[in-house]
Structure formats: C-alpha cells, structure tokens
Design a binder for this molecule. Structure first.
Ligand SMILES: [Ca+2]
Ligand SMILES: [Ca+2]
Length: 169
C-alpha cells in the first residue's frame, strides 16, 4: 500500500515536471525589430526602450520553430498616457486576438508606467521554420500607444533562444 502511494506521488511529480519543462516563454523587445517608428527612452521599460505607435502603424517580428508547435501570445507590455488604443495581433496572417489600452493621463508620466495585456487570444499551431507575429494599431488617439515587449509561449522544450531568434543553422 505504502509503495503504491509512493509510486502514485512519483508519477504525479513526473507529470508536473514534464508539463513545466515542455514549454518556454520568449521575450521579443518591440525595439529589436528596428521599426520605422520612434524609439522612446523609458527607464521602466525592459531594455529601457520602447516604440511609439500611432493609428494604422504596425510592428512585425520573426520567430523560428523546429516543428509544428502550439504558440500563444502570453502578454504584450505597453504604456499609454491619454486616450484608449486598440491593437490586433496576427500570427502568420491569422488574427489571434486583440487588446486595448484604457484612457489614463498623468501629464505624460504614464508613458513610463507599463501594463500587461494579459494573454491575447488563444494558442494556435505555427509551422516549422520562420513565422511572423504582427501587431497592428487599429485605433488610437492622437498620441498613440507605446509597446515595450511581447512574450511568446512556445509548447516545445527543444526550442532555445537561438532557434527562436532564427539564429541557428
Ligand atoms: Ca493612447
Ligand atoms: Ca523594450
């Protein structure tokens, strides 16, 4: 009895380990794509920099996978000072979801206060090789929104940072 309970606990622990080891989260800095939009120095941003976007602007990011893999947008970190803005995210041209910034203003100080969108949409299958994430600003006030970074959840433990950034092989 004792040993079967022990075995059961071990199996449970192994399952937890497999689950937590089977996926990774990668961060893509908005400024890393050398976008056509203004970079802003923000002391609270990761890499101390973000990108200011206005209505109809877009950012495009490339990432690579080893095999067909489930991916999702874990979070988009952004700041806003002024009216609300709406962003839509596509992976490989397919809409995965959207998020909005809410109206808030503090004499421009809120540009240095960062918020998370939370998970955007649901997971989808992405292909081996090169994939593209696109963030579109579909509506914005005159001041726009600033994007700091995006976190991408990848359901494949074998994908490391070099593979994800398309630097391998
Ligand atoms: Ca705004
Ligand atoms: Ca950043």
């Amino acid at each position: 009895m004792k040993s079967s309970a022990y075995t059961y606990v071990c199996i449970l622990l192994a399952m937890v380990a497999v689950k937590s080891c089977g996926a990774k989260i990668f961060r893509i800095e908005a400024e890393s794509t050398r976008p056509d939009h203004p970079l802003k120095a923000r002391s609270n941003a990761s890499n101390k920099t973000d990108v200011r976007l206005h209505q109809n602007d877009l950012l495009s990011f490339r990432f690579c996978l080893k095999g067909e893999t489930s991916v999702s947008i874990k979070s988009v970190t952004f700041s806003n000072d002024g009216g609300a803005d709406k962003c839509i995210i596509h992976i490989n041209g397919i809409k995965v979801g959207e998020f909005v910034s809410t109206f808030a203003t503090n004499y421009s100080k809120f540009w240095n206060v960062f918020k998370s969108s939370g998970e955007v949409g649901s997971a989808m299958k992405a292909d081996p090789g090169c994939n593209t994430i696109t963030l579109f600003v579909t509506s914005a006030d005159d001041y726009g929104i600033e994007i700091d970074h995006i976190e991408v959840y990848v359901e494949d433990a074998e994908v490391n940072a070099d593979i994800f950034r398309c630097n391998s092989d």
